[in-house]
Design a protein around this ligand. Structure first.
Ligand SMILES: Nc1ncnc2c1ncn2[C@@H]1O[C@H](COP(=O)(O)OP(=O)(O)OP(=O)(O)O)[C@@H](O)[C@H]1O
Ligand SMILES: [Mg+2]
Length: 253
C-alpha cells in the first residue's frame, strides 16, 4: 500500500521551474532518503507533499485516497480546508529549526495538538507523551521550556511531538543540519530506531552514511528532477547519473 503518491508534480516560483514533473511514491514501512544539491527542490517537494506549498499541477494521494488532482485545464485542484486537514492528519513533519512553541512546556508542546485538534482523551495522550519522551531520551524534561534545552534536545522534542499525532508517515527536512556532529548522532540514533520499528519516513539529508544505513530507497534530485531513485547501494555506491556522481564526489563519498 502506498502511503504517499505524488505524480507529475510541477511547481514554479515566478518564472523559475523548481519541480519539473516529479513522481514520488512511498509505501508502508519504507524509509526514503532524498539527496541533492542546494536549490534542487528537496524542501519544495516536502512542502508540496505536506500542503505547505501548492503544486501548480500534478496529483497527490494519501493511503490511496486522492487529495490533489488536475482540473480540466491541467491545473492542480485542491480540496476544501476540511478535506485538506483530514489528509494532513496522515503525516508529521520535523524541520531543521525545530519550531517548538516557546511559551509551552515540553509536555504541552507534545500534547497540545492531539488534545486540542485530534480531540483525543487527555490521560491517554499524556501517557503516550511520556512514553515518547522516554523513547527520545528526555524523560526528565517534561516541564522544561524549549529555551532551556539544547538544539539536539529541542529536535528530539520536535520528533516526539510529530509522533504524538500518530502519523502514517513522517517527513524530515535536514533534521540535523543545525546541529553539532555529536548531537547529530543523537538524532540519527532516534531516526534509526524509528526505521527499525518500521515507521514510514521521508528524510531529506546530507548525511550520506546515514542515508545508506537506514534507507530502503534513495532519491537523488537535481534541478527540479528526480534523476536517480533506487536502493542505496545503487544510488550512493554505483550512481549512473553524471550529476549524482559529481555530487557524491564533492562529499568525498
Ligand atoms: N517561496 C519561494 N519563493 C521563491 N523561490 C523559492 C521559494 N522557495 C524556494 N524557492 C527556490 O526554489 C529553488 C529550490 O529551493 P528548495 O528550498 O526546494 O531547495 P533545496 O533542495 O531544499 O535546497 P537546500 O539543500 O539548500 O535546502 C531554489 O532556487 C529556491 O531559491
Ligand atoms: Mg532545503
Amino acid at each position: 500500500m502506498n502511503i504517499l503518491e505524488m505524480k507529475h508534480i510541477k511547481k514554479s516560483f515566478s518564472d523559475k521551474a523548481v519541480l519539473q514533473d516529479i513522481d514520488l511514491c512511498v509505501s508502508t514501512g519504507e524509509v526514503v532518503s532524498i539527496l541533492g544539491p542546494s536549490g534542487s527542490g528537496k524542501s519544495t517537494l516536502l512542502r508540496c507533499a505536506t500542503f505547505l506549498e501548492r503544486a501548480d499541477s500534478g496529483e497527490i494521494s494519501y493511503l490511496g485516497e486522492n487529495v490533489v488532482r488536475n482540473d480540466s485545464s491541467g491545473n492542480a485542484l485542491y480540496p476544501k480546508r476540511k478535506d485538506l486537514q483530514k489528509a494532513q492528519s496522515n503525516f508529521g513533519l520535523v524541520f531543521q529549526d525545530f519550531n517548538l512553541f516557546p511559551h509551552y512546556t515540553v509536555m504541552k508542546n507534545i500534547t497540545h495538538a492531539p488534545i486540542a485538534i485530534q480531540k483525543r482523551a487527555k490521560e491517554e495522550v499524556f501517557q503516550e507523551a511520556r512514553q515518547l519522551l522516554a523513547k527520545v531520551g528526555l524523560t526528565d524534561k517534561e516541564d522544561a521550556y524549549p529555551c532551556e534545552l539544547s538544539g539536539g534536545q529541542q529536535q528530539r522534542v520536535a520528533i516526539a511531538r510529530a509522533l504524538a499525532l500518530q502519523p502514517k508517515i513522517l517527513y524530515f527536512d535536514e533534521p540535523t543540519s543545525a546541529l553539532d556532529p555529536e548531537i547529530t548522532a543523537e538524532i540519527l540514533r532516534v531516526l534509526k530506531q524509528l526505521a527499525a520499528e518500521k515507521m514510514t519516513m521521508v528524510i531529506v539529508t546530507h548525511e550520506i552514511d546515514f542515508a545508506r544505513m537506514v534507507s530502503d530507497r534513495v532519491v537523488f534530485m537535481d534541478n527540479g528532477y528526480v534523476v536517480e531513485d533506487g536502493e542505496p547501494e545503487d544510488v550512493i555506491d554505483n550512481p549512473k547519473n553524471e550529476r549524482t556522481k559529481a555530487f557524491l564526489k564533492k562529499l568525498h563519498v
